[in-house]
Design a protein around this ligand. Structure first.
Ligand SMILES: *Cc1c(COP(=O)(O)O)cnc(C)c1O
Length: 347
């Protein structure tokens, strides 16, 4: 049976003709041509020309790296832009819902609400795992997208892969698996499931392990029909040429990134051991990422005490089931030493 992507998207958008940018209308190789089509400043610099609207060179490189076809790949201005885009493209305001699993990444809800799209919440279990039964009971034909970040933010743990697969097989809408921390995870990416499950989308980012939060590049992997759809509704030049060039360079530095990831993981273990010896840290939740969630006696107090010592952490205590917790990113060895020292001085 052929896959029909149109049942997942807003019918209204199918009738829309996309904006045609200058560099889309002329499809040849512009490098040997006189370009008088886009009202640019003609005097050469690193940024005087509009970037390739389809980012073909970068997509070829990333597709080869990730083992997918370039037509399964969509690039966004950070994963944040993809999250907004998939909600805007698939959910009818006032009618449809996204489903989120608190405690979860805050952007899904904010993006939905800015588009007038409702949010269905199904909390994680007490061990921060997926409650598959409740998720599938709650889902109905208005549940257009479920967002599953694994490793999860702010809890840092991986979700069980079998549970994720059960959801993909039974959820009525799209399943977005957000793998922002996949480089740190002991679980493999679910990108390899894309050929089996056309209702699956996977997103990853250059913001975390890849060390490029400032460049804003997100990657989304999906069925080619969805990629074509995203290309129709995206802003014409959503990825800028400075970012394209910086990421092409970073793709050649993966050995360095790999050793940085290994160092961060070793440092995370060191922090976990140090936290165990601090009496006001009641618990350090299991992490598969480059941060940990800890439970403390008084998170607001400790947050302020750390600020006074020059250290900023995150207080996610207002999230579901996260009372008196702090979320702490793994820093450099020196930064982590300062954190451990600060915690000892507060004992
Ligand atoms: C940090 C993070 C992102 C990254 O978003 P960018 O817009 O690519 O910086 C996405 N999802 C989760 C769960 C995150 O923690």
């Amino acid at each position: 049976m052929k896959f029909d992507y149109t049942k997942y998207i807003r019918p209204y958008l199918l009738t829309l003709s996309p904006y045609q940018s200058a560099r889309q209308e002329f499809e040849g190789d512009g490098s040997s041509m006189i370009l008088l089509d886009a009202n640019e400043n003609p005097f050469e610099s690193t940024t005087n020309r509009y970037p390739d609207p389809m980012q073909m060179e970068l997509k070829q490189e990333i597709a080869a790296w990730k083992g997918v076809e370039h037509n399964q790949l969509y690039l966004s201005n950070g994963s944040d832009e993809f999250i907004s885009q998939v909600i805007m493209g698939c959910c009818e305001p006032g009618t449809d819902y996204i489903m989120i699993l608190p405690p979860t990444f805050g952007m899904y809800q904010v993006a939905a609400l800015t588009y007038g799209v409702g949010v269905q919440e199904v909390p994680l279990t007490d061990t921060f795992q997926l409650d598959v039964t409740s998720i599938l009971e709650r889902a109905d034909q208005t549940s257009k997208i479920i967002f599953i970040p694994t490793p999860n933010n702010p809890t840092a743990n991986n979700f069980d892969l079998d549970a994720i697969e059960q959801i993909i097989q039974n959820f009525p809408g799209l399943v977005v698996v957000d793998e922002a921390y996949v480089e740190f995870s002991s679980n493999p990416s679910v990108i390899s499931w894309l050929s089996k499950y056309p209702n699956l989308m996977v997103c990853q980012t250059f913001s975390k392990a890849q060390g490029m939060a400032g460049a804003r590049l997100g990657m989304a992997f999906a069925h080619p029909d969805f990629i074509t759809f995203f290309n129709r509704i995206k802003a014409p030049y959503n990825i800028n040429s400075l970012t394209i060039n910086a990421v092409l360079k970073r793709l050649k530095e993966q050995d360095k990134i790999k050793s940085q990831v290994e160092l961060m993981l070793a440092e995370r273990h060191r922090l976990e051991e140090a936290f165990a010896a601090i009496p006001f840290i009641q618990k350090c939740f299991p992490s598969d990422a480059n941060f940990v969630l800890i439970k403390v006696d008084d998170s607001s107090l400790l947050y302020k005490q750390l600020i006074e010592k020059g250290i900023v952490v995150r207080n996610p205590s207002k999230n579901y089931n996260c009372k008196n917790t702090l979320r702490i990113s793994v820093g450099t060895p020196d930064e982590n030493n300062s954190l451990i020292e600060a915690l000892h001085s507060l004992k």
